[in-house]
Design a protein around this ligand. Structure first.
Ligand code: SAH
Length: 269
């Protein structure tokens, strides 16, 4: 960490310094560098300092200038992570040093990305910032299984939720989600799978509801686990799913979907 070579005291503010040191929050997408936006690519190539999450793929980081300083500030599931205050401090520090700073976040910075906390830290210091959106994991996950996040006749709304918050497993409106036809993209849901399963079943969700996990969506090591609510915990335990996974509740991979609807048709006829 090269913080010691940078001025730790704040240099005199000037408009041009603030402009040069403006921070760009950039969405790195789910991993495949082909899923970066052109604006994200331009920002990454021009960056002098990139503070990145651990979820940002090596393939994306390789697009940075060889002269750029890359600083991992990442959070990784339940593992050790840099405290948010320290991340905020570093962003401010490099911006004041007059460097072009990119804060590179996995997926879209505006979804479970702590974007607001970091923006607040910059605003406190009067540092200009902007956001380049990215492709979020849920979009990559449905693409991997040939499905849509919304579908006419199936679901006209989508819930985006997290399985985990700072205090532990996240409480959600399980009663609402347990109603038939609901669809959710659950982030950080793998470790919470048994908890989520229990809560939904408790509120009367159909155990046959499809649940699909996509790990490492868009990456070479992408894995798909097609399961149902009733068998989720045991299917997950029996699988070799590793890495960040998106849980699609209420969505089955497309190949399995026609077979399921056939069965239902037979049942009612
Ligand atoms: N801002 C990110 C989400 C950060 S929260 C986004 O928009 O995608 C971290 C969670 O995102 C992980 O626990 C996992 O649930 C999900 N995730 C991120 N990248 C993923 C990927 N390539 N494949 C599957 N899930 C992913």
């Amino acid at each position: 960490m090269p913080t010691d070579i940078l001025p730790l005291t704040r240099p005199e503010q000037s408009d041009s310094l603030i402009r040069c040191g403006a921070v760009c929050f950039v969405g790195a997408g789910p991993g495949d560098a082909g899923l970066l936006t052109l604006n994200a690519l331009r920002a990454i190539e021009a960056a002098e300092v990139i503070l990145h999450d651990r979820l940002v793929s090596d393939e994306v980081l390789a697009l940075a200038s060889p002269d750029a300083t890359l600083i991992p500030v990442g959070k990784e599931g339940f593992g050790p992570s840099m405290p948010q205050d320290e991340i905020n401090r570093l962003i401010v520090l490099y911006a004041y040093a007059g460097l072009r700073v990119v804060r590179l976040k996995g997926g879209d910075p505006a979804i479970f990305g702590r974007l607001d906390e970091e923006i607040a830290a910059l605003e406190l210091e009067g540092i200009a910032w902007s956001v380049v959106p990215g492709i979020t994991a849920a979009s990559a996950a449905v693409a991997a299984v040939g499905q849509s996040l919304t579908s006419r006749g199936r679901n006209a709304s989508l819930r985006i939720l997290t399985g985990h918050v700072m205090e532990g497993f996240a409480e959600q409106d399980w009663r609402a989600l347990a109603r038939s036809g609901e669809v959710a993209a659950i982030y950080m849901g793998k470790k919470a799978a048994r908890f989520i399963q229990g809560r939904l079943m408790m509120h009367g969700a159909d155990p046959a509801t499809p649940v699909t996990l996509v790990a490492n969506a868009s990456r070479a090591d992408q894995q798909v686990l097609a399961s149902t609510l009733g068998t989720l915990a045991q299917d997950l335990a029996a699988s070799d799913l590793t890495g960040p996974a998106l849980t699609l509740y209420g969505i089955a991979p497309r190949a399995a979907a026609p077979a399921l609807s056939d069965i239902r048709k037979q049942e009612v006829s």
